[in-house]
Design a protein around this ligand. Structure first.
Ligand code: SF4
Length: 483
């Protein structure tokens, strides 16, 4: 098909056209934490009772030191140079074997330091998972299985279909079959027109393809710094995705490349002319038809998107922008996934997607979304609800071991403190995070028997929603809905 599409890797110009195909892969390697995470548990040992136990065991096991020091913990918590007198708390997994067998000697407590990680939305467990992924590039697997509840608020009120019946046909992670995570962002006309010579004569698709349905969103104001901006741009380039950055920063730092997406207020449109390159896409932060037309006139080859908050009047604004020609919408909730009316982003996405489907315009537009994405599983859930791709905000900061100094709700007021880090470390941490999240996305797609993430968009038949399931099961039964 003759289409005006942009492949980010191709635009980077790193390979001649004939040898351009390469199987997509994110290079992960260990990138150790530079700030030690507090251990999950505190191991309290009564030392005099331990000394007495050891004496008894030395006699009982006839001096076999390897046996004596490895008990009672197989994880090695008591296997340091002085054993249980200085337990290695970071190794404790909380299995409680020691305290069950020797309650008079050992007690295991949750570490209150750990409860202070993240904030009320990005919980300590979420921080733990993201840091593990950024450190190793691997999927966190807990041998003890899932220990949480099977439903709850936010994304926990949605379950994906991991039907085993189709599983043998798809296997993305282990490479038996390739599953594509490429997404197209841009303008897609509802149909193509051709003239009598067979050449297209009407509107043509104008899209750029990102290798991942995960973009890197604007950092909060308190975290904008040279190092972070450089890390975002370089990571986006190396994994073939997009980095959304304030226009002012793009200009001041002289950033350029197909992966750099300037974000600007309508009043800044005049400054687009001063960019050192023609971006593949730019985003306006509010709807202003005059500014939009000016941006299109100044950068005719650039896809001009519109950033809109999930708030009252969204449909009207979206409809007006759609009529004026906008085809890429970036819908934003706060960092905790709430729209302006307090509704969770899951409901908002479904509403907007459903409205576009009902009006017959859904396939013409691209919906990006950000806010409320804290774990890998939230990405496929957001896509199933109706997004084409998500833009990551707080997970990037957590992967770089930023400390949340307050509740992080929006880019203006959130206070975060990033550690001192080398750009190469930051890039590797983000590549590891994206690699681990992509693998988890492939797991979902593989389990659903899908070959590409584009088909996942709006596939609500592959999901169950807790509120709907409960309504179906319990409506009409006394007591349902009382709470
Ligand atoms: S709780 Fe389990 S992992 Fe922790 S110290 Fe005791 S035996 Fe070891």
């Amino acid at each position: 098909m003759h289409a005006s599409s942009v492949d980010l890797s191709a635009r980077a110009g790193t390979a001649p056209a004939e040898s351009r195909y390469h199987r997509y892969h994110i290079e992960v390697q260990p990138a150790e934490d530079i700030v030690a995470l507090p251990s999950r548990f505190r191991v309290q040992v009564r030392r005099h009772r331990l000394a007495w136990l050891i004496l008894k065991e030395i006699v009982h096991y006839r001096g076999r030191k390897d046996v004596v020091v490895s008990r009672p913990c197989v994880y090695g918590v008591f296997s340091g140079p002085v054993g249980g007198f200085a337990p290695r708390e970071h190794l404790c997994v909380g299995c409680l074997r020691c305290t069950t067998q020797y309650p008079e000697i050992v007690q295991i407590h949750r570490n209150p330091e750990r409860a202070r990680l993240g904030d009320s939305y990005f919980t300590p467990d979420h921080v733990d998972a993201v840091c593990y992924e950024a450190r190793t590039g691997n999927i966190p697997v807990r041998g003890a299985g899932y220990r949480g509840s099977f439903g709850g608020p936010g994304w926990d009120g949605m379950w994906t279909d991991m039907s085993e019946i189709v599983r043998p046909t798809r296997d993305g992670i282990h490479g038996r079959e390739y599953i594509s995570t490429v997404v197209d962002i841009g303008e897609k006309p509802p149909f193509l027109e051709f003239d009598e010579t067979g050449l297209p004569c009407g509107l043509e698709p104008r899209v750029l393809s990102a290798a991942l349905p995960m973009l890197l969103d604007l950092p909060p104001r308190s975290a904008v710094m040279d190092r972070l901006v450089a890390v975002l741009a370089r990571t986006a380039r190396e994994v073939d995705t997009l980095a959304l950055l304030p226009l002012r920063i793009v200009r001041e730092r002289g950033l350029r490349g197909p992966e750099v997406i300037p974000v600007l207020a309508p009043a800044e449109v005049g400054a687009l002319q001063e960019l050192a390159f023609e971006p593949a896409m730019a985003e306006l932060t509010a709807w202003d038809e005059v500014a939009y037309r000016e941006a299109v006139a100044r950068l005719p080859a650039t896809i001009i998107g519109l950033r809109l908050a999930f708030a009252a009047g969204l449909r009207d604004t979206l409809g007006a922008a759609l009529e004026a020609g906008v085809r890429v919408f970036h819908l934003t909730a706060d960092y905790q996934g709430r729209g302006a009316d307090g509704r969770f982003v899951l409901d908002w996405i479904r509403e907007v997607h459903g409205w576009l489907v009902a009006s017959g315009r859904r396939d013409e537009v691209t919906l990006l979304g950000s806010g409320g994405i804290a774990l890998a599983e939230h990405v496929p859930k957001a896509i199933i609800c109706g997004l084409d791709a998500v833009a990551l905000d707080t997970p990037i900061l957590v992967a770089l071991q930023a400390k949340m100094l307050s509740e992080c709700t929006d880019p203006e007021t959130s206070r975060v403190e990033l550690p001192d880090f080398e750009p190469a470390w930051g890039v590797q941490r983000l590549k590891n995070l994206l690699g681990a999240w992509r693998d988890q996305l492939l797991e979902v797609l593989g389990a659903m028997g899908m070959r590409e993430v584009r088909r996942l968009r709006g596939e609500t038949g592959r999901a169950m929603f807790q509120a709907e399931a409960e309504r179906e099961a319990f409506q009409g039964i006394a007591g349902y809905g009382d709470g």
